[in-house]
Ligand binder design. Structure first.
Ligand code: HEM
Length: 282
């Protein structure tokens, strides 16, 4: 372990394997957890470290000896900041590093804050949106051709993909202000189902169809009210750039295999999680 990074190699013993001879989930999660902790502790060796939340996506079965690499994100952002200041690339990080707020260039701490929000709020959501777009065009190439012949539908298509895919389907609100009090009622959370609004039959005709010609599309995929998604405009810009790139590529593709978990009734046509999709371009 060194300066915010760590590497652990692990040779599973027979008792760490499941009946398919794949490393047991508990063992691989422990490996990831310990690797993460080592990376964090390398920066402050006398401090303890706890894992608050860990999300993983398993891409393939873990067979044979395993190597886990850990990297502290803030250190990563420090390195990105230094590179952004050199303006060697015209990317989003250089744009943020040279942002001016009230005439003052953002500081390193502000850069970390903005970049952290962007990665936390805008990674899984945007990845799901783009994966869903690729998946849909693989199933319905005629929709891809429709956009190629009618580029004025790109904007409505982005809104329709946001509605149908509802990348962040539900959020909670707490009805009791959180404070240091320990006696908070168990039922203090109220779930707000954005996906429910997005498939409301009183608002949308055939809500389970993806239709770029809906006209008005008051979806709730970015939430509603004072906490509306801060990243809604950048998401729309990213989606536009993405769509323009795939449209101008001239490629079409079909989905050859997919591992998708769908939402529960009544949203069983709506992907909740894309495990993997394989496409073949032609
Ligand atoms: C497909 C892309 C995205 C979707 C579907 C999405 C969805 C949402 C939703 C539903 C909320 C909650 C709104 C509420 O509580 O009423 C939210 C909040 C938020 N999002 Fe996004 N988001 C996306 C992309 C992004 C990006 C790219 C960023 C950052 C650059 C971002 C930053 C935030 C932040 C900071 C909040 C909290 C706002 C607040 O509580 O005041 N999001 N987002």
């Amino acid at each position: 372990m060194d300066a915010g990074t760590s590497r652990i190699t692990f040779e599973p013993r027979p008792e760490h394997l499941n009946s398919f001879h794949v490393t047991h989930g508990g063992a691989s999660m422990t490996l990831l957890d310990v690797t993460m902790a080592h990376a964090a502790r390398s920066l402050a060796v006398h401090m303890g470290v706890v894992t608050i939340e860990m999300k993983t996506s398993f891409m393939q079965p873990a067979k044979g000896p395993l190597t886990a690499d850990g990297k502290v994100l803030h250190r990563y952002l420090d390195a990105i900041y230094e590179e952004a200041l050199t303006r060697s690339k015209d990317d989003i990080w250089s744009q943020i590093a040279y942002l001016e707020i009230e005439g003052q260039q953002v500081s390193a701490a502000e850069f970390r804050g903005i970049a952290g929000v962007m990665l936390a709020g805008g990674r899984d959501t945007v990845v799901k949106l783009f994966t869903g777009i690729m998946w849909h065009f693989g199933k319905r190439p005629e929709d891809l051709e429709l956009l190629r012949s009618h580029p004025e539908l790109i904007g409505p298509a982005i809104q329709e993909f946001l509605r149908f895919l509802s990348p962040l389907p539900v959020m909670n609100r707490t009805v009791v202000p959180e404070s240091s009090t320990t006696e908070l009622p168990d039922d203090r959370y109220v779930g707000m189902s954005f996906i429910s609004g997005n498939f409301d039959e009183m608002v949308y005709t055939n809500p389970f169809e993806i239709d770029f010609n809906r006209g008005r599309n008051p979806h709730l995929s970015f939430g509603f009210g004072p906490h509306t998604c801060l990243g809604n405009h950048i998401t729309e810009i990213e989606a536009k750039v993405f769509l323009e790139a795939i449209l101008s590529s001239g490629l079409s593709w079909k989905v050859t295999s997919e591992e998708i978990r769908y939402h529960q009734v009544p949203y069983t046509k709506v992907p909740d999680h894309f495990g993997s999709i394989k496409i073949t371009a032609h």
